[in-house]
Design a protein around this ligand. Structure first.
Ligand code: RUG
Length: 829
């Protein structure tokens, strides 16, 4: 019967192509049908939100059609697939991106305008899918877009959190967190697969049994939860290929727990079952530390177990010999968060598929690759052994066995160097005995990737030095990238049109290296004129947003200077604010004629602080306190304004980035593994003010140091400067601005005391004091360049022209060829 069904599907394959028409009249009909039958509103009377719903369902139909075709084609071709395991994805909005990638944006706009709606207005109705914290999660989203566009046979796997990243509410300048129940109004971009479910086991005991005379381990679980698949089709651009992001939701299991029903306590039994859903209920809102939390570990195992079952089921549909597994499957660990996939694959192969340990191990070592996004050893995840032993007892045994074999092998290679053996061991013996997830991932992966060249150097010389010396051939790096589809085509349509006009082609949207073609026109007066116009319109859009949000009117002639990212001490938003205080202080002491020479600035800061990160929250409050003072000082007027943009997320970034003249990427050197925000600004022609950290070092190579404003200590100078400390008697400008805060110039004197303590009094771990002088010089250089608009515009064009290397298309192609060993598989229909 299965064979017959397949044959029928094959026969229908040709018929499916272009099944849904995409001319404006057909689109209108579809939208109205969905309004009437899916949304259940009258087609004669519906509002913007209902129109958005009808519209998105009609887009979804078209996505589904291509998605089915792609999946059927992949099934037929059976290529090696990459499975991308990530606990976080920051997808943002889907509507605009989908219609652009489907190539029917203009047809939809026309169809809607005839119905009396505007596409942009409806697009604004969509909420963000914020299933992640920051850079790592947005990177996953960009990489999914590139995987689809480049026709790679790929699947993304993750968790369908019911509550995404918290909404940031600012009351009186203080951050408050509000739950983001993003599914409240439905989510047309996902497809619930009620038949794609897997049981996931937790707790219990491991017992030994005899099977055909062979001793086997059997895990008797204490709890069982059901994982239900929700598929999100990801369309490629300029291709029919549409791949799957499969997110798992936890549901109570029907297979288990009859016992509690039989005891007669029906109500409590139902309530307990419901608790299963908490596993996928909420995203951890901290992008750095979540050590030792049981729910976090449950989340990690839950999504890993369901994904591995799904992958093995797909493999077994077409193959019956696990020796072929490595030819069909590449598993990518996005950071250490999914590292339990390693012990899970071992468990399934050995305990359920009855493979010998050594055969299973041989397979595991060939399928996993690991990318680390961390710079500091403190940031590496550890799982307390007690916790793992209780939640996943069989996994603990397997990890111990992997470690035993590894350490024995290591002894043969390096001898009895106990310090090194103990540093490299997967098991850490300390006050709290723990599993080192990074060591587990390195030992079991064929490739370990960093996310920029600077990061790679740090991995080799510091973080994973011991492992690099053992296996230098395992280590690589793939500098991160972002997708130009989202970050130019969707978010900056006027710039997109201008680029295509001057390059004479839209081909750069798939082949972004073509952007270098803009270099030859960088000084062309006509392009400069049009470039300035586009930038001005984007600034106007941003200014309107600022006014609507805060009531503050800002001048379009001012330089829009932006820093938007998670609030972290190492990202140094505090340095930015101290610089702003200095600027304010200088303006205050100027006479009228000097004031006329000041380049007006609108300083824009946005970002969320992890709820438990006190210092980061104080930085947000300081920003508001300083803004309150400056924005209400009539002495200063339009010369300086400070705005904090609340609830920074992907769609806010899409609005802010195109409107930025200058953007700041000012982390202490050696702390940002890569950074991807800088790439989005670069693509949009914003000039960068940056330290030589993470991927900015490679950006400098691409656009030339003369086209950005560089400052601060270099990576190798940091330890020495830290040792030396900041001498407040020498750094007078720095001492003065910190003193202004300490003296209560901006109010909240006691509250800011501990914040000031982080940068003076001998601490200053992130070197704000020692970098302050060169930071001010870089800012002065930016002012000077801004006065010369011809020069500024040339630098801006050269920034966009040099941004091609920072496309996620390049990153993904490199991964495909040099890490995963997969080939393109383009759906021909
Ligand atoms: O902090 C890093 C960024 O430097 C990097 O660009 C991004 C993507 O690679 O990942 C960020 N990151 C690191 N997010 N979470 C972590 C902790 O592992």
């Amino acid at each position: 019967a299965l064979g017959e069904r397949r044959a029928k599907a094959e026969r229908m394959f040709g018929l499916m192509d272009g099944f849904l028409k995409s001319d404006p009249i057909s689109l209108q009909k579809d939208i109205l049908n969905h309004v009437e039958y899916t949304v259940a509103r009258s087609r004669f009377s519906f509002d913007d939100f209902e129109a958005y719903q009808g519209l998105s369902h009609s887009v979804r139909d078209r996505l589904i059609e291509r998605w089915h075709d792609t999946q059927l084609y992949f099934k037929r071709k059976d290529p090696k697939r990459v499975y991308f395991l990530s606990l976080e994805y920051l997808m943002g909005r889907s509507l605009s991106n989908s219609v652009i990638n489907l190539g029917i944006r203009d047809e939809y706009a026309e169809a809607l305008s005839q119905l009396g709606f505007e596409f942009e207005v409806l697009a604004e109705q969509e909420g963000d899918a914020a299933l992640g914290n920051g850079g790592l999660a947005r990177l996953s989203a960009c990489q999914m877009d590139s995987l689809a566009t480049l026709d790679y046979p790929a699947w993304g796997y993750g968790l369908r959190y019911q509550y995404g990243l918290f909404r940031q509410l600012i009351l009186d300048g203080f951050q408050h967190e509000q739950p983001d129940y993003w599914l409240n109004f439905g989510n047309p971009w996902e497809i619930e697969r009620i038949h794609v479910t897997y049981p996931v086991k937790f707790y219990g005991t491991v017992e030994e049994e005899l099977l055909n005379g062979k001793k086997c381990k059997v895990w008797i679980p204490g709890e069982m939860v059901e994982a239900v698949a929700y598929d999100n089709p990801i369309p490629g651009y300029g291709t029919r290929n549409t791949i799957t992001l499969r997110l798992w939701a936890a549901k109570p299991s029907d297979q288990y727990d009859m016992e509690s029903y039989n005891t007669g306590d029906y109500i409590n039994a139902v309530v307990n079952r419901q608790k299963a859903e908490t596993i996928s209920s909420v995203l951890y809102p901290d992008d750095r530390s979540h050590q030792g939390k049981e729910l976090r570990l449950k989340q990690q195992y839950f999504f890993v177990s369901a994904s591995i079952q799904d992958i093995i089921r797909r493999f077994k549909d077409a193959h019956n010999n696990f020796d072929e597994f490595q030819e069909k499957v590449a598993l990518q660990l996005n950071d250490t968060h999914p590292s339990l996939a390693i012990s899970e694959v071992m468990r399934v192969l050995v305990d359920e598929e009855n493979l010998d340990w050594s055969r299973a191990w041989g397979i595991v070592c060939k399928i996993f690759s690991f990318t680390t996004h961390t710079v500091l050893a403190e940031g590496l995840e550890k799982i307390p052994v007690d916790l793992l032993g209780s939640l996943l007892p069989r996994h603990l045994e397997i990890i111990y066995d992997i470690n035993f074999n590894f350490v024995e092998e290591l002894k043969k290679r390096i001898g009895m160097d106990y310090n090194r053996l103990s540093r490299m061991s997967i098991v850490e013996d300390g006050a709290v005995k723990s599993i080192r997830s990074a060591n587990l991932s390195i030992v079991c992966s064929h490739t370990v990737n960093g996310v920029s060249r600077v990061h790679f150097e740090l991995l080799k010389t510091k973080l994973f030095k011991d492992f690099y010396e053992l296996w230098p051939e395992k280590f690589q790096y793939k500098t991160n990238g972002v997708t130009q589809r989202r970050w130019i085509v969707v978010s900056n349509p006027s710039l997109c049109g201008l680029i295509s006009k001057w390059l004479g082609t839209e081909a750069w949207i798939r082949n972004v290296d073509l952007l270098t073609g803009l270099r030859e026109y960088a000084a062309n007066a006509d392009l400069q004129q049009e470039w300035k116009m586009v930038r001005k319109v984007n600034k106007m859009r941003l200014a309107e947003y600022i006014e609507a949000m805060s009531g503050l009117k800002v001048s379009l002639d001012a330089m829009f200077d932006v820093q938007i990212k998670r609030i972290h001490e190492y990202k140094r938003q505090l340095l930015n604010i101290l610089g702003i205080i200095h600027r304010y202080d200088c303006i205050k002491s100027m006479n009228e004629s000097d004031r006329r020479k000041v380049v007006p600035r609108v300083c824009i800061i946005g970002g969320k602080a992890a709820p438990g990160y006190e210092i980061a929250k104080k930085i947000i409050k300081l920003c508001h306190a300083v803004a309150e003072k400056i924005n209400n000082d009539s002495d200063v007027g339009d010369l300086l304004k400070l705005v904090f943009i609340p609830d920074y997320n992907v769609s806010v970034a899409e609005l802010v980035i195109p409107g930025a003249d200058l953007s700041q990427h000012i982390s202490t050197a050696g702390h940002e593994a890569s950074g991807t925000g800088c790439m989005k600004f670069l693509m949009n022609g914003s000039l960068l003010l940056a330290t030589a950290d993470g991927s900015t070092v490679e950006i400098i190579e691409e656009i030339g140091a003369e086209n950005l404003f560089l400052f601060g200590a270099k990576v190798d100078e940091v330890p020495m400067l830290r040792e030396k400390g900041t001498d407040m008697r020498v750094n007078l400008q720095f001492a003065r601005v910190v003193r202004m805060i300490r003296d209560g110039y901006f109010g909240f004197q006691d509250y800011f005391e501990s914040l000031c303590d982080t940068v003076d009094g001998g601490s200053d771990f992130y070197l704000l004091g020692s970098d302050f002088g060169s930071y001010l010089e870089a800012q002065a250089a930016a002012d000077k360049a801004f006065v010369d608009q011809e020069k500024w515009t040339r630098m801006s064009i050269l920034s966009t022209a040099g941004s091609g290397r920072f496309s996620s298309d390049r990153t993904i192609q490199d991964y495909a060829e040099n890490t995963w060993g997969i080939e393109r598989c383009r759906c021909p229909f």
